[in-house]
Design a protein around this ligand. Structure first.
Ligand code: ADP
Ligand code: UVW
Ligand code: MG
Length: 423
């Protein structure tokens, strides 16, 4: 039996799922055995949610877990000591460990991690300051703790390699742009890959003719214009900072703003290190902005429910920025949109965000069924239709699963991975 561990290190959480590879060669869908999620890393104390089949537990606060790497260690111990999960009792049965690596530069697909890939990912750390270094910490810990396993990196950027050049290019000196790799890369691609497949199956539309506007709204939030099943444009850019605001990120601002915010914008940040070159401006815009700066909390669930003046400002600002991208992408798709899709922690659980966004894009023909919108939590399945009357644009909620997407990728590529090549 081949066991796959899928590790998704987000900016505020670490999610790890355990899968069994299918023995039947006609499917690439692995079976999930368990899932452990530590969330709240930006709003301590962190907490653990654990699911094994129908068994679910929520742990008490975990004040000592403040980093992604600490969360990885905690989850691995939890999984390997769960007597009801005998598949993990012998860690040498773990054959593959998939890692979500946010910035993959020009890698168009997943890579088996060796010293050269590791070096490449390390070099990209400055372009995903909240993500790449923590993911690498986990890769190294996994290599030490599970030496028999093959580590495979899946990149958020790969899905967006189809973005046309005139969309991914920044209007700056192209010699500098090419030399330094300054272009739009886009992120959350593993999630968008999952969403594209799930919606294609749900609507019975072949992937190659599927047009959707997908919103992945979590601690980091992005919008993507998916044309004929491929990324055509996305709101994040060179780094995951641009586009929509997030838990601690500003999203789009006037590029001159940092120089008016602080006179030492270009000085190294206190969180910079020999392996992470970070200016004060980058630290402020990545870690001390967004919901944290506007409301004092990074939890959008709290902001949506609390209703203080500053919460309402943050909420309305988010809806405003989201509908701006929906309008733009609607035009880029020539009005031929098969569905508007909500995903990510806020997209899947934020009834109010969905109601207000869909309300504001009603002029584009989208509508919501309030009963179904409120009832999403009680409906099983990966895709839930919350749209209004027939004849209106479809509005869907997709329970995205980056860990499942990576595990599926490993199963698809097992032959090639075993040969030591690229997936
Ligand atoms: N009921 C809710 N309404 C709106 N947002 C919610 C709700 N529950 C959780 N969230 C938000 O979802 C976000 C986490 O999303 P998730 O996609 O899991 O994060 P990550 O980016 O770390 O992967 C947090 O901001 C959390 O507050
Ligand atoms: C790319 C990104 O912002 O990821 P996350 O939302 O998981 O922090
Ligand atoms: Mg995430």
């Amino acid at each position: 039996m081949e066991i796959i561990l899928s590790v998704n290190a987000g900016s505020s959480s670490v999610k790890i799922s355990v899968f069994k590879a299918p023995e039947d060669k006609t499917t690439t869908t692995p079976t999930q055995l368990a899932e452990a999620v530590i969330s709240g890393l930006t709003a301590p104390p962190a907490s653990l949610k654990y699911t094994r089949g129908t068994h679910r537990t929520n742990s008490q606060d975990l004040p000592s877990i403040t980093s992604q790497e600490a969360a990885f260690h905690h989850i691995l111990t939890h999984l390997t000591t769960d007597a009801a999960l005998p598949e993990l009792a012998r860690t040498k049965d773990i054959r593959y460990v998939c890692h979500r690596v946010v910035h993959g530069g020009n890698y168009p697909r997943s890579q088996v991690i060796d010293s050269s890939t590791l070096h490449h990912i390390e070099a990209l750390s400055d372009l995903a300051p909240l993500h790449n270094a923590p993911a690498l910490g986990i890769v190294k810990a996994a290599a030490e703790m599970l030496p028999q396993a093959t580590n495979v990196a899946f990149f958020d950027t790969s899905f967006h390699s189809s973005i046309p050049e005139h969309i991914s290019t920044y209007p700056i000196d192209q010699r500098v742009a090419k030399k330094n790799g300054l272009r739009k890369y886009g992120f959350h691609g593993i999630s968008y890959e999952f969403i594209t497949r799930a919606v294609s199956t749900y609507l019975s539309i072949p992937r190659t003719s599927l047009n959707i506007i997908a919103l992945h709204l979590g601690s980091g939030a992005s919008a993507t214009c998916i044309k004929s099943g491929r990324s055509h444009d996305t709101s994040m850019g060179l780094t995951p900072l641009s586009g929509l605001p997030g838990a601690t990120r500003s999203g789009d601002i006037d590029a001159s703003l940092p120089f008016h915010f602080t006179h030492d914008a270009l000085r190294p940040s206190r969180s910079a290190s020999s392996s992470l070159h970070l200016s004060r401006a980058e630290h402020i815009l990545n870690s001390d902005s967004g919901w944290r700066s506007l409301t004092g909390t990074t939890d959008f669930g709290v902001i949506s429910a609390r209703g203080r003046e500053e919460d309402e400002l943050a909420f309305r600002l988010f809806v405003d920025r989201i509908v701006g991208f929906v309008g733009s992408y609607y035009v880029k798709l020539g009005g031929k949109v098969d569905a508007l899709v909500f995903a990510g922690g806020i997209g899947e659980r934020g009834e109010r965000v969905r109601r207000d966004v869909v309300g504001m894009v009603g002029c584009l023909g989208f509508g919501i069924d309030e009963g179904r919108n409120m009832g999403v939590g009680g409906v099983d399945g990966v895709v839930v239709d919350v749209g209004g009357d027939a004849g209106m644009g479809r509005v869907l909620v997709v329970r995205t699963d980056e860990q499942a997407e990576m595990a599926r990728g490993v199963v698809e590529g097992i032959g090639r991975v075993n040969e030591g090549g690229r997936k």
